[in-house]
Design a protein around this ligand. Structure first.
Ligand SMILES: [Zn+2]
Ligand SMILES: [Zn+2]
Length: 158
């Protein structure tokens, strides 16, 4: 019986170890679609903060990357915007997230491995946002992108 017990403990230990290395290799479980989201050099941004499948994020930052928010609410992607680059240039395509817990809006970089079909879906949905949300965006000085050609150019270079 003791032998069995030792074995069991050994297996538990192995399990913990593999979970630890998963963490180290970088990634997190998406709280929205349960997909394992890998963080690596391929995604093209150092600070992955949303799932590349459903593009939901989580409210963990007060300021970018500080991980100090206590809200921990799910952040819904509500639309796209262009980064203000100054000099009249067209900036990079960005995702706009809204926290379902507290309503905070944030703008985030799109990673290279984000699902393009999902980005297009969010773009389509953003065109029918209610007027209350549009007012909130205006208040936060966020211009939602409504130019379909620009989205295509940004995503596919055409
Ligand atoms: Zn997800
Ligand atoms: Zn929140």
């Amino acid at each position: 019986m003791k032998h069995y017990h030792d074995n069991f403990r050994y297996e538990q230990k192995q399990k913990n170890r593999s979970r630890g290395s998963e963490q180290k290799s970088g990634g997190f479980r998406c709280a929205h679609c349960r997909q394992w989201v890998v963080i690596n050099h391929l995604m093209g941004t150092a600070n992955r903060n949303h799932c590349n499948v459903c593009l939901w994020s989580k409210h963990v930052d007060e300021k970018k990357g500080d991980r100090r928010a206590e809200c921990r609410g799910g952040m819904r992607p509500i639309g796209l915007t262009l980064k203000h680059d100054g000099y009249g240039r067209v900036g990079e395509l960005m995702l706009v997230h809204e926290c379902c817990g507290c309503g905070k809006l944030s703008i985030n970089r799109i990673a290279r491995d984000d699902f393009e079909t999902r980005i297009l879906e969010i773009f389509e949905q953003s065109r029918v946002l209610n007027s209350q949300m549009q007012g909130t965006l205006q208040h936060e000085d966020i211009d939602l992108l409504d130019d379909a050609d620009e989205v295509q150019r940004q995503l596919f270079g055409v």
